[in-house]
Ligand binder design. Structure first.
Ligand SMILES: [Zn+2]
Length: 95
């Protein structure tokens, strides 16, 4: 009987080790650059030094809350998209 309990403990132990060692899958949101990272990318500022869309050069962006309940349980994650070409440019998080 004790062997079975021991075996069960070992199996649970192995299970947790495997799960914990697995890197958490990166979400789409996490794949976006942060604002300082975005500024490092070429063509993200106009000649006047204004922040702009790296694809179309438009300077207006819109902030939207990340909709996923799972990825954004505290409602503090946002993404910023170009209002002209609608491409999402960077992410931000409020603490
Ligand atoms: Zn754009």
């Amino acid at each position: 009987m004790t062997e079975y309990i021991l075996l069960a403990i070992i199996m649970v132990f192995i299970y947790f080790v495997l799960i914990r060692n697995k890197p958490a899958p990166k979400t789409d949101w996490e794949g976006l650059p942060t604002l300082p990272e975005y500024k490092e990318i070429e063509k993200t500022t106009t000649s006047e030094g204004e922040l702009c869309c790296q694809y179309c050069g438009h300077t207006e962006t819109i902030e939207r809350s990340l909709n996923s309940e799972k990825e954004n349980p505290n409602k503090n994650k946002f993404y910023h998209a170009c209002t002209n070409c609608k491409v999402i440019l960077w992410r931000s998080e409020q603490s």
